[in-house]
Ligand binder design. Structure first.
Ligand SMILES: Nc1ncnc2c1ncn2[C@@H]1O[C@H](COP(=O)(O)OP(=O)(O)O)[C@@H](O)[C@H]1O
Ligand SMILES: [Mg+2]
Length: 374
């Protein structure tokens, strides 16, 4: 009986040994397959033009592809070291530090070694990934486009000015011919529209210029508003529209004069243009804890809800004919949005069809240099 039991135990051990060896073989095989697959993946990822850095939850480098290594100055043997020990670009190290405990963050147009890069940081429990997308070629193309628009606009100014003078002369010559005068006036209106279009295009390309450095400083708000309303007074008076300005003469906001002027001019201009005859334009300053708000309200036609998401797009008009009749180019609100964003602020709109609209410019109160070429 004892002998039989001993044989059974030995048999069992043998079986267990065989099973263990089979399992070990399978593990080795799987590991080899895993290494093969990760090598293949590594090689494939090195071929792509986007940079990839994979880190463990503590920030130690697990994987880098070729583009990321070239861009960030990482050595191929730096695996296992902390990102801040191996990434040579200080800005990128700061960005990772900034977002280290977040799940997702995107920075656009970060300048890394003369290249413009979109930096994306993603993180979960097991790893942190940094994705670097080179936007330099796209940016070059966009700059080319912007320069072309700016140059073409400046070129158009000269023949238009000549045309304007010719029409003035013609107006003098045809003083007694009513029909001719009617057509000359129409042509003059078209020229004015084209001049405004050119001005707006130049302003837009200036605002889009990548190396625009702004120096926001404390500016008195009231003189800027007064200079805009006095320019619009003639048109407003003709239609019985009144201005009501609720801004203290000492009120200051932090902005770049040209940009703030452009934004407010377009908002106040719209408040007059899209008002009803005999209506009112109210301009109010509201002080918030860390922000300044300038609110432009009118008693005009209002904007249907379905159109509101689109009114800041270029050339978008709710009612084309009304805008054209008023000499609108459809670029005003895109200028407002870009200018305010360049100042680090935001634009808000509330509107009720048939009752009126309120547009608000909200600016941060801190004053410092804002460079768009970061
Ligand atoms: N205060 C307002 N009241 C009603 N509609 C407005 C107002 N401001 C803008 N809009 C609408 O938004 C459109 C876009 O405005 P904007 O970009 O300034 O172009 P436009 O040159 O036509 O004024 C306008 O055509 C108009 O339909
Ligand atoms: Mg406008």
């Amino acid at each position: 009986m004892v002998i039989f039991m001993g044989i059974a135990v030995r048999e069992k051990r043998k079986r267990e040994e065989v099973l263990f060896r089979v399992r070990e073989e399978k593990k080795k095989e799987k590991k080899a397959q895993y290494i093969d697959r990760s090598k293949l993946l590594g090689r494939a990822l090195s071929l792509i033009k986007e940079g990839i850095v994979i880190m463990d939850p503590y920030g130690r480098i697990v994987f880098t592809n070729r583009f990321a290594r070239e861009l960030l100055g990482i050595d191929e043997n730096d695996t296992g070291k902390f990102f801040y020990q191996v990434i040579k670009n200080f800005d990128v190290v700061s960005l990772i530090n900034e977002a280290f405990n977040e799940s997702y963050r995107v920075w656009n147009d970060k300048k890394i070694n003369d290249r413009y890069v979109q930096v994306i940081f993603g993180s979960d429990l097991d790893e942190k990934v940094l994705l670097l997308i080179d936007q330099t070629p796209m940016r070059k193309y966009e700059n080319l486009k912007k320069n072309f628009i700016a140059n073409a606009s400046h070129e158009l100014k000269t023949p238009l000015a000549a045309l304007k003078i010719s029409l003035e002369t013609l107006e003098d010559v045809c003083r007694r011919n009513e029909r001719a005068i009617k057509y000359i006036k129409k042509a003059q209106e078209r020229i004015e529209y084209m001049e405004q279009l050119i001005e707006d295009l130049i302003t837009l390309s200036l605002l889009e210029s990548t190396n625009l450095t702004l120096k926001p400083k404390k500016l008195k708000l009231l003189p800027i508003i007064n200079s805009i309303t006095s320019h619009l007074m003639e048109i407003a008076e003709k239609r019985g529209i009144t201005f009501s300005v609720n801004v203290d003469e000492n009120t200051e906001v932090c902005a770049d004069r040209k940009l703030l002027h452009a934004a407010l001019k377009n908002l106040i201009d719209n408040a007059v243009k899209y008002n009803r005859d005999g209506g009112r334009v109210e301009i109010t300053y509201i002080k918030h804890q860390n922000e300044d708000e300038v609110r432009v309200c009118d008693t005009g036609v209002g904007i249907p809800k379905s159109h509101i998401p689109f009114i800041f797009e270029r050339f978008y008009r709710v009612e084309k004919s009304r805008s054209r009749k008023m000499g609108g180019t459809g670029l005003g609100l895109s200028i407002v949005k870009l200018a305010v964003e360049k100042l680090g602020g935001k634009v808000r709109v509330e509107s009720e069809e048939g009752k009126g609209s309120c547009f608000s410019i909200i600016l941060p109160r801190r004053c410092g240099i804002i460079s768009t070429d970061d």
